[in-house]
Ligand binder design. Structure first.
Ligand SMILES: CC(C)(COP(=O)(O)OP(=O)(O)OC[C@H]1O[C@@H](n2cnc3c(N)ncnc32)[C@H](O)[C@@H]1OP(=O)(O)O)[C@@H](O)C(=O)NCCC(=O)NCCS
Length: 184
């Protein structure tokens, strides 16, 4: 298992495991209709709490999950980005969800780049996927910016097995072939 409290730093962001102070901003995303459009729709505060505590728990059980993303300039929590592998998931995923005020700044791609480096190096993953609804153009664009390619339709575990999703992804070799030679 990797170090229990990894902290990643990029030019504009800090990525660290979630903590209790993150919950209000997490719950605000759950009640933002536009942000939740491709994430199963609006969620109650109670559902958001269960989702949040499951994320905290996954860090303890597995040693990884999505990182909380903190904007360095403001110290605000702006979203969650990183590795996920819930039981029954179709692969090792790198996922991303940001609060709406953080969209359009390149933050999802910046955070995902650091998280992918970490997943390949610290977790030893050999390939990554992104499960993306076919009509989620913003998320597809992040996958493309990262160099991932469409692999075809996939299936999530029940009760999400009827949700249409595409699997995007790439291998470790493909990722590091585009990074600096010394970064692998
Ligand atoms: C999916 C999601 C994370 C994408 O966020 P995003 O901000 O569009 O993605 P990026 O961080 O890659 O930012 C790219 C945008 O920032 C712009 N940008 C501005 N400044 C930038 C900078 N300094 N560097 C890079 N890009 C910059 C880019 O031009 C691009 O804008 P465009 O989409 O208008 O062309 C966001 O829409 C989201 O959280 N959606 C709701 C949850 C969701 O659907 N998650 C995915 C489930 S699969």
């Amino acid at each position: 298992m990797p170090s229990p409290e990894p902290v990643l730093e990029t030019a504009r962001l800090i990525l660290r495991p979630p903590c209790s102070a993150d919950f209000e901003a997490w719950a605000a995303i759950a009640r933002d209709e536009q942000a939740m459009r491709h994430l199963g729709g609006l969620k109650s505060r109670f559902e958001a709490w269960n989702h949040f505590t499951a994320a905290v728990g996954a860090w303890h059980v597995l040693g990884f999950h999505a990182f909380s993303v903190i904007e360095k300039g403001t110290a605000r929590w702006i979203g969650r980005v990183g590795p996920l592998h819930p039981d029954g998931w179709p692969g090792d995923e790198i996922g991303w969800t940001l609060a709406r005020e953080a969209w359009g700044k390149g933050y999802a791609t910046e955070a995902a780049t650091a998280a992918i480096d970490w997943a390949f190096k610290a977790l030893g993953w050999t390939q990554i996927i992104h499960c993306i609804a076919p009509d989620n153009a913003s998320s597809r664009a992040v996958a493309l910016r990262l160099g991932s390619v469409l692999q075809g339709p996939g299936r999530l575990p029940a009760p999400h097995d009827d949700d249409p999703i595409d699997i995007w992804g790439q291998t470790r070799e493909q990722w590091f072939a585009r990074r600096q030679p010394h970064s692998s």
